[in-house]
Design a protein around this ligand. Structure first.
Ligand code: SAM
Length: 293
């Protein structure tokens, strides 16, 4: 079958053959735009021999192109009606190898993944891994945090998500999308938007447009002695976005003089708002605030 799964004709044929009903509660929006799919594969720079984890293969539109680009693919999926479809519809041989040696599906919630355990025997864990996915949007941020905090030695994460979340991930100080999510991610990873994808590229088409984001681990991570404390301080600084930093810090540093001293040590206007601070200024604030018991 030479027509890609990620095309309107082939997707419709699969939907008819297996009586597929896209499950909204699982964030099922299948890609039917070949250019967008190839855009994801290119953004992830998939090369022959790459080990790719895919989250939510659906009916296989992206999986198929990852395999054809030469990757070995390990996929997490929660919908138990999909393994049969994937095994029938994905190419049965790829570069002379059979599908089973190139593709493994695990029916498991990716948020419960234990990567070392799950991947053992299929991937060579001494080599890097790439994550490539058209994410289920209802759990975009838990997935990103789960991956960042996992034991996975990943080279890159190439993730399709709602455009609005992508904008928060890449936002820099001064931008109104800049906030706790931007800071948590940018202190660990380099973040770039690779392409934008219209809602009409999916079936069924979601309400919002999407973006593909590429995240790569930073070589030099900023020195953050205690992540939990740092994330808490950032959250407190943004507790009321429209208020000044001084106002937001009242609960954390009740003493007015102490608060003003800290703000002036940052070298910023006393009426500064949280979204105008740089990441190093947040690190400075976290260092000045005692840890919660
Ligand atoms: N990759 C396919 C494509 O691009 O057409 C489908 C993408 S669809 C946006 C998201 C997929 O994630 C669905 O197949 C859905 O069943 C799956 N999914 C939802 N929640 C999941 C979870 N917790 N763990 C793993 N997969 C999940």
């Amino acid at each position: 079958n030479n027509i890609p799964i990620g095309s309107p004709v082939r997707t419709q044929a699969i939907v008819n053959r297996y009586f597929v009903k896209a499950k909204k509660n699982l964030g099922q929006n299948f890609l039917i735009d070949h250019d967008a799919i190839m855009g994801i594969v290119e953004a992830a720079q998939v090369k022959p021999g790459d080990q790719v984890i895919e989250i939510g293969p659906g009916i296989g539109s992206l999986t198929e192109q990852l395999l054809l680009a030469g990757a070995k693919v390990f996929a997490y999926e929660v919908d138990d009606s999909l393994p049969e479809i994937l095994h029938n519809e994905l190419p049965q041989t790829i570069d002379g190898e059979d599908l089973d040696s190139r593709f493994k599906l695990m029916l498991k919630d990716v948020l419960k993944a234990d990567f070392d355990h799950d991947l053992a025997g299929f991937f060579d864990l001494n080599k890097g891994v790439k994550v490539v996915a058209n994410l289920p949007y209802y759990i975009t941020t838990p997935i990103i945090f789960g991956l960042a905090e996992s034991n996975l030695n990943f080279e890159s994460l190439t993730l399709m998500m709602q455009k609005e979340v992508a904008e928060r991930l890449v936002a820099s100080p001064g931008n109104k999308a800049f906030g706790p999510l931007s800071i948590a991610v940018q202190t660990e990873m380099d973040v770039k938007i690779a392409l934008e994808v219209k809602n009409t590229s999916f079936m069924p088409s979601p309400k919002v447009d999407s973006s593909v984001v590429v995240l790569t681990p930073l070589e030099n991570k900023p020195d953050i002695p205690n992540r939990k404390h740092f994330n808490w301080v950032v959250k407190m600084c943004f507790s009321q976005r429209r208020k000044t930093l001084n106002n937001n810090l009242k609960n954390v540093i009740p003493d007015k003089d102490e608060r003003e001293k800290l703000i002036s040590s940052l070298g910023v206007d006393p009426r500064v708002r949280p979204e105008d601070l740089t990441i190093s200024q947040f690190i400075q604030i976290a260092k000045a605030i005692p840890m919660k018991q």
